[in-house]
Design a protein around this ligand. Structure first.
Ligand code: PGA
Length: 254
């Protein structure tokens, strides 16, 4: 049985004090929830503040990105061991904003997933099509390519060591636009993703992988989306920046 996983991607929002009060607000509202896995991904500079604010609750903390290797002369970057040293469990990889603004490709996603595994982080690997790709009927082809290239050469490690991995399906046209994919549209792609994961890994592994939907998830639409057989959670941007709306999304899934 796959456990629902709701993650909040705070993007480049929250100062230190805002991060602290948001995290404390969440800890108060949903800090004892165990039916759903809850992860918050603050900006790297606020990870320590958030880790302290949610200590002793069921909330987990993740990073929004990592760079390759243990350490090195890479100004401005954050390494996996640095993230792990703060007791973070998760890292978002290949978000469409990173692909769009920071030149990330399926190949860099693949290297980053390998790095996450090397240091014991659970990657939340993002895939999703643009509006143009959807309108030209290339959604499935594109998702297949993103998965195959992004998860290349990992099958052995994932299967022998039973490494956990989360996939987030985020149609680019639905991110931050208020345009949410319909539950049926999202379910179609999620079922397709699970089929691809079965051929990349195995049927059994694919059946155990949590696949999140992301793109304008709100308290009003989360229940119906999460009710689809292959939708196992959500990656939430805007609505994760307020304790009440993020908590309402979580509570709707219980
Ligand atoms: P949104 O963002 O919920 O604001 O659409 C989702 C995401 O980018 O992960």
């Amino acid at each position: 049985m796959r456990k629902t996983i709701i993650a909040g991607n705070w993007k480049m929002f929250t100062t230190k004090s805002e991060a602290e009060s948001l995290a404390k607000g969440l800890a108060a509202e949903v800090g004892s929830v165990t039916e759903v896995e809850i992860v918050v991904c603050p900006p790297a500079i606020n990870i320590e503040t958030v880790i302290s604010a949610v200590a002793g609750t069921s909330l987990k903390v993740g990073a929004q990105n990592l760079y390759l290797g243990k350490e090195g002369a890479f100004t401005g970057e954050t390494s996996a061991p640095m993230i792990v040293s703060h007791n973070c469990n998760y890292v978002i990889i290949g978000h469409s904003e990173r692909r769009q603004h920071f030149g990330e490709t399926d190949s860099s996603v693949n290297q980053k997933v390998k790095t996450a595994f090397e240091y014991g982080l659970i990657p939340i690997v993002c895939v999703g099509e643009t509006l143009e790709e959807r309108e030209s009927d290339r959604t499935f082809e594109l998702i297949a390519t993103q998965l195959k290239a992004g998860l290349a050469d990992l099958s052995g490690e994932v299967l022998t060591q039973n490494k956990p991995i989360v996939i987030a399906y985020e149609p680019v046209w639905a991110i931050g636009t208020g345009k949410v994919a319909s539950p049926a549209q999202a379910q179609d792609v999620h079922a397709f993703i699970r089929g691809q994961l079965a051929s990349i890994f195995s049927e059994a592994k694919a059946a155990s992988i949590q696949i999140q939907y992301g793109g304008s998830v709100k308290p009003e639409n989360s229940k119906e989306l999460m009710g689809q057989p292959d939708i196992d959670g959500a990656l939430v941007g805007g609505a994760s920046l307020k304790a009440d709306s993020f908590s309402a999304i979580i509570k709707a899934c219980i």
